[in-house]
Design a protein around this ligand. Structure first.
Ligand code: SF4
Ligand code: SF4
Length: 423
């Protein structure tokens, strides 16, 4: 028996079902990723990380645990990783991007629940995710109604802690969020038995900001025509940013950006200059949700940005690292995280402005708005965003889908018509 298999058994995974999952994932990855032309050399690292997504990275987490570190899992970009790192713990994003196990999720949540929620519940109930099983604490948040009610049910199955994310950005809401940051800090200190110091928090802010900066650099390079990297690869990089070691990841993406810069200087791209350029906007696409990017890039267009939490919504704003007191640092954290323009906020006009600005900076010919079926917040905002972009002369196509492959042909027909329209 391989070492990985022994490790998965110790984590109490359903080995047979898990083998099946890895086989499907490998085939899917091969079809969608390895079939691309003109890939960057730097993507070899991503291919490796993905091939070891349930192997070496899980081994690293187990080694960290053996050395006394705690593992904290999250589903949302509202959870401040800076505090987790400052407490000496490791934070991993729990992916929730696959349909497998979703049928079982209906034992805990209603049928009309979005695919992302069903996915993480299905992974847990089917014992398929070594990340979930490695976590000492999983952090939920009161963002959309679907998630907050799902966490109530999920709490019976996992060591859950819930942060209260407000729904507006009023002064009272900001005060509540600041208090939630303090409560999370205290919970982490209790979990790890380690007091968070000013120095540790400043160092953690540097680490997380450095990762944001390198992803900002990557995004800026995608403004070039021809586009130097495919949307599929850029999405994969953003996805991996949630569970790879932050310092190693930042160094690797820095190298990849050097390669991209040279490519841009040579005028080389993944598709010819003048290929229709599209921005994706909306719900986050977690691993291995690559369906829409594949459909778009096999319909004659190239994706030049992702306005989502697995994209620029997570990397656009930095934390102010300059305060020298704990209170000042916590203020800076609270302020930065309240800039997140999730559709769970009302009103949320800043997102409309941010999408329009990103479409302009990436020189997008159009925007595809992506909402998961049953996701009320993003489906509502799709309507408002359509009007905002129309006023600026930017065409938008609104799509609703889930993780199944049944609607691929239908999506392709709509995307191809849109690509033709913006060409
Ligand atoms: S879309 Fe909203 S709920 Fe989802 S990860 Fe982003 S901030 Fe969290
Ligand atoms: S996709 Fe929408 S409904 Fe699903 S968890 Fe995110 S915000 Fe909630």
């Amino acid at each position: 028996m391989s070492d990985h298999k022994r490790m998965w058994e110790k984590l109490n995974l359903d080995i047979e079902a898990h083998d099946g999952l890895l086989e499907v994932l490998g085939k899917f990855y091969g079809d969608i990723y390895m079939s691309q032309d003109n890939r960057l050399k730097g993507m070899e690292y991503m291919d490796f990380v993905l091939s070891e997504v349930h192997g070496l990275r899980i081994k690293e987490l187990q080694d960290a645990k053996a050395a006394g570190r705690k593992v904290v899992g999250t589903f949302c970009v509202f959870v401040p990783e800076e505090l987790t790192l400052a407490a000496g713990a490791v934070q991993v994003g729990l992916c929730a991007g696959a349909e497998v196990g979703s049928a079982r999720a209906e034992d805990l949540v209603p049928r009309g629940t979005c695919a992302l929620i069903k996915s993480f519940i299905g992974f847990k109930l089917s014992r398929l995710c070594p990340y979930i099983e490695s976590c000492d604490m999983i952090v939920g948040e009161t963002t959309c109604d679907g998630k907050k009610k799902a966490y109530e049910a999920f709490a019976a199955h996992a060591p859950l802690y819930v942060m209260e994310v407000p729904q507006t950005k009023s002064a009272a809401a900001r005060a509540l969020w600041r208090a939630e940051i303090v409560r999370f800090k205290e919970r982490l200190e209790e979990l790890t038995g380690k007091a968070i110091t000013v120095d540790a928090l400043k160092a953690a802010m540097k680490t997380v900001n450095a990762r944001r900066r390198v992803l900002q650099r990557l995004n800026a390079l995608r403004a070039a025509d021809p586009a130097p990297i495919s949307g599929r690869d850029a999405l994969l990089i953003n996805q991996i940013s949630f569970y790879d070691d932050p310092e190693r990841f930042t160094a690797k993406i820095g190298e990849l950006c050097d390669e991209l810069e040279a490519r841009v200087a040579r005028g080389q791209g993944v598709a010819p200059a003048g290929t229709p350029r599209l921005l994706l906007s909306g719900c986050p696409m977690a691993v291995p949700n690559w369906k829409l990017p594949y459909v778009v890039e096999s319909s004659g267009a190239v994706i030049v940005g992702e306005e989502s939490c697995i994209g620029t919504r997570n990397t656009r704003d930095l934390v102010d690292e300059t305060p020298e007191t704990m209170d000042g640092l916590l203020d800076a954290l609270a302020e930065r995280y309240m800039k997140i323009d999730c559709a769970c906020f009302t009103p949320n006009d800043e997102r409309m402005d941010n999408v329009a600005a990103l479409a302009a900076s990436q020189k997008a010919d159009g925007v595809i708005h992506y909402a998961l079926m049953f996701c009320q917040p993003y489906a509502h905002e799709a309507m408002k965003l359509g009007h905002t972009l129309a006023d600026k002369g930017v065409p938008m196509l609104a799509l609703e889908t889930d993780y199944s492959m049944e609607d691929v042909e239908q999506l392709k027909t709509r995307v191809e018509a849109f690509v033709e329209m913006v060409s």
